[in-house]
Write a protein that binds this ligand. Structure first.
Ligand SMILES: CC(C)(COP(=O)(O)OP(=O)(O)OC[C@H]1O[C@@H](n2cnc3c(N)ncnc32)[C@H](O)[C@@H]1OP(=O)(O)O)[C@@H](O)C(=O)NCCC(=O)NCCS
Length: 163
């Protein structure tokens, strides 16, 4: 598994992740290709000004995009999210990528406590939170794209991670 910053050429991977009803079932539903293209432009700018981390997860051979991990700050809170494309799921890639980004966050030191809000029914994402060292803070309702989802609220302070 390798990570790299998002690039303008990632449109195909963005569309496969965000326009897919299954991938987006617990993330507010599929988005339009136009909205996704605009999001990619904004994400590339965000990476250029280093205000958030938008990392692409590469396949083990480094040839293809397998997914994404994002870490960004909004309203004073740092939030992490992740997705892995269907053909790469179930191989530990998401867990490995999330732990790698948390390690980078620990070294960087700017993020403070990091929050994650996986859907309560997303067994794999809740397992990732647990095994990465997050603490379950409680259950909440989270708004995604105009819909309300039952989510778990997990928190981890990267400075608590071992080097
Ligand atoms: C959720 C998702 C990121 C998982 O990616 P993945 O690469 O298949 O996950 P991993 O192989 O790293 O598995 C992560 C953990 O979940 C566990 N797991 C995987 N599938 C599981 C399942 N169906 N039920 C229970 N646990 C499961 C793994 O054993 C692993 O546990 P561990 O960390 O304790 O070892 C991926 O399925 C996805 O992108 N789904 C659609 C988008 C989405 O839901 N994003 C997350 C929103 S919060």
């Amino acid at each position: 598994m390798r990570l790299r910053d998002v690039e303008p050429t990632d449109l195909d991977a963005y569309v496969r992740m965000r326009c897919d009803p299954v991938m987006m079932a617990e993330l507010g539903g599929p988005q339009t290709p136009e909205r996704v293209a605009h999001q990619l432009e904004r994400d590339v700018e965000t990476v250029q000004d280093d205000s958030a981390w938008i990392k692409m997860i590469l396949s083990p051979d480094g040839e293809r995009v397998a997914g994404t991990v994002t870490l960004y700050s909004h309203e004073g809170m740092s939030e992490i999210g992740w997705m892995v494309l269907p053909e790469f799921q179930g191989r530990g890639l998401a867990g490995e990528a999330v732990r790698a980004v948390l390690g980078l966050a620990r070294a960087d030191g700017r993020w403070g406590p990091i929050h994650a809000f996986p859907s309560r029914t997303n067994a794999a994402s809740n397992a990732i939170c647990r095994s990465a060292g997050f603490t379950l803070a409680g259950a909440e309702e989270t708004a995604f794209a105009g819909s309300i989802f039952p989510t778990n609220h997990w928190i981890l302070d990267p400075s608590d991670l071992h080097a």
